[in-house]
Write a protein that binds this ligand. Structure first.
Ligand SMILES: *Cc1c(COP(=O)(O)O)cnc(C)c1O
Length: 472
């Protein structure tokens, strides 16, 4: 399988190069040159596979010849060994033909583990095969940082530095990063905001000599391998709900459009999906787009579902590329307009195509809390605020009650205990393996919001670390 950029001007790459490069050189995002196809008979034959076996079937055509089948199998086995549910992603019936897909049974209790846990061993494998090392740097406002750290900890070919805004992430989120005891993991509490962390990251990537010397890399949500790993659970859930002999619909709480784009990919690969409902919190740029055909930037509004508090949906460009019939020049023109004016408008035919499959719904914090309460009362399930937005969206926009509606639960309620308790009166307990999170020692360096300070810190840390290894 070869990969092309959504802007049409970057080199065509194989899977392993796409994995390591992240963003394409023309500023676009990589997508497969064509969608692998599975017939209804093939999909039916996957019914009795466990999650790891299904993942192998779905991912094999995407990795092509760059990774041997044995290696891929090993990487997948490694990736999903750390989940606290045998099924990895349990599907629960919560209503009439209505299901909840639980994606939060990984080590950091959010759906990001579904892909990150795969990305860690995949990176390690490709790097070792090439005799390379990377320094992964990331900025986080919460969930991504801990998921990346858990995925990369103790991996020989990787050092990871995560920057977070000092005092601006929740206690649980901070401790999930700072209590990880691994010599290749380095947390930086930056004296600034999340935007300062992101600007710092950009400045490091723009410093070419620094970037090359430390072989900087990123594991952010635009990395194709993360989307690929997420495609699996759409097939998984649909099979459990009766596909391919029954149609299914999905409702997905989304911010960056990364999760739901994986569902769209599954539909392009032969899975019959009749509808995708996108759940937005008050940061509703995507819902507004599907309503109006206009993508327009707005300020960021803090909500009780902070992992969806975004201004721009970075993965949406991949759908735009498909809706433009893979015309990279047209995508470039639209995105350039967005950068310049803060908005773009698509033509009527394009938005009609999009609406065939997609619909959005927005919910403010009060509506989200009221859904947490309703679902607890009606079916005894305690939802986190992100998942509640997903359930609310599925219920509000369902087109056909005879089609199974699968709503994605993206975080464990204990990850957002204050909002959940306020909504339901119930304090969500952390799972056993994290029960002592608040007693574990923390390790973190507090740094000034200054590029040279952060670069010096990385430089010294790596020098010490490598010396330690040489003498060990
Ligand atoms: C990241 C995240 C989301 C949003 O996912 P996207 O891929 O950005 O759409 C939703 N819920 C939770 C809990 C998350 O961590």
């Amino acid at each position: 399988m070869k990969y092309v950029s959504t802007r049409g001007k970057a080199p065509v790459l194989e899977f392993d190069d796409v994995l390591l490069s992240g963003l394409a050189r023309d500023g676009g995002l990589y997508v497969p040159e064509s969608w692998p196809q599975f017939s209804a008979d093939q999909i039916r034959s996957f019914k009795d596979l466990n999650y790891q076996e299904l993942a192998l079937e779905i991912m094999t055509p995407f990795v092509g010849a760059t990774i041997t089948p044995d290696d891929l199998k090993h990487i997948i086995g490694n990736a999903y060994s750390n989940f606290d549910a045998d099924e990895i992603a349990p599907l629960k019936k919560i209503g009439d033909n209505e299901y909840l897909l639980e994606l939060f049974h990984g080590p950091t209790l959010a759906f990001k583990d579904m892909a990150m846990q795969f990305l860690g061993p995949m990176f390690d494998h490709v790097l070792k095969a090439r005799g390379q090392r990377v320094t992964i740097v990331g900025a986080t406002s919460g969930d991504t940082g801990s998921a990346a750290i858990e995925a990369c900890r103790d991996r020989d070919a990787i050092d990871i530095f995560i920057l977070y805004p000092d005092g601006r992430v929740s206690d649980v989120q901070r401790r999930q990063m700072t209590t990880v005891d691994a010599s290749n993991v380095h947390c930086i509490a930056l004296d600034g905001t999340f935007d300062d962390c992101q600007d710092m990251l950009k400045a490091m990537f723009n410093d070419q000599p620094f970037r090359d010397h430390y072989n900087l890399s990123a594991v952010n949500s635009i990395n194709w391998a993360r989307i690929m790993a997420q495609v699996v659970y759409y097939f998984w859930a649909a099979l459990k709900a009766g596909a391919p002999d029954k149609d299914v619909a999905f409702a997905v709480p989304t911010g960056n459009f990364g999760n739901v784009f994986a569902g769209y990919a599954a539909s392009r690969m032969g899975l019959a999906v009749s509808q995708f409902v996108i759940g937005s919190n008050s940061n509703d740029i995507l819902t507004r787009f599907f309503e109006t055909g206009i993508m327009k930037m707005d300020g960021v509004h803090p909500t009780i579902s902070p992992s969806m508090d975004i201004q721009v949906s970075s993965n949406f460009e991949r759908l735009l590329f498909e809706l433009c019939h893979r015309d990279g020049e047209k995508v470039t023109a639209l995105i350039d307009g967005f950068r310049k004016d803060g908005s773009f408008t698509v033509d009527g035919a394009l938005i009609e195509r999009a609406r065939n499959l997609f619909e959005g719904a927005r919910f403010n914090d009060d509506e989200t809390m009221s859904m947490i309460k309703t679902v607890l009362t009606d079916c005894g399930e305690l939802l986190d605020p992100h998942s509640a937005v997903g359930v609310a969206a599925g219920r509000a926009k369902r087109r056909d009650p005879s089609v199974a509606m699968i709503e994605l639960a993206t975080a464990h309620p204990a990850k957002f205990p204050d909002a959940v308790e306020k909504a339901s009166g119930v304090h969500p307990e952390l799972p056993n393996r994290l029960a002592d999170l608040h007693e574990r020692p923390e390790q973190v360096d507090h740094l000034a919001n200054d590029l040279a300070t952060v670069q010096d810190f990385i430089c010294e840390t790596l020098a010490d670390h490598n010396q330690g290894e040489a003498s060990a």
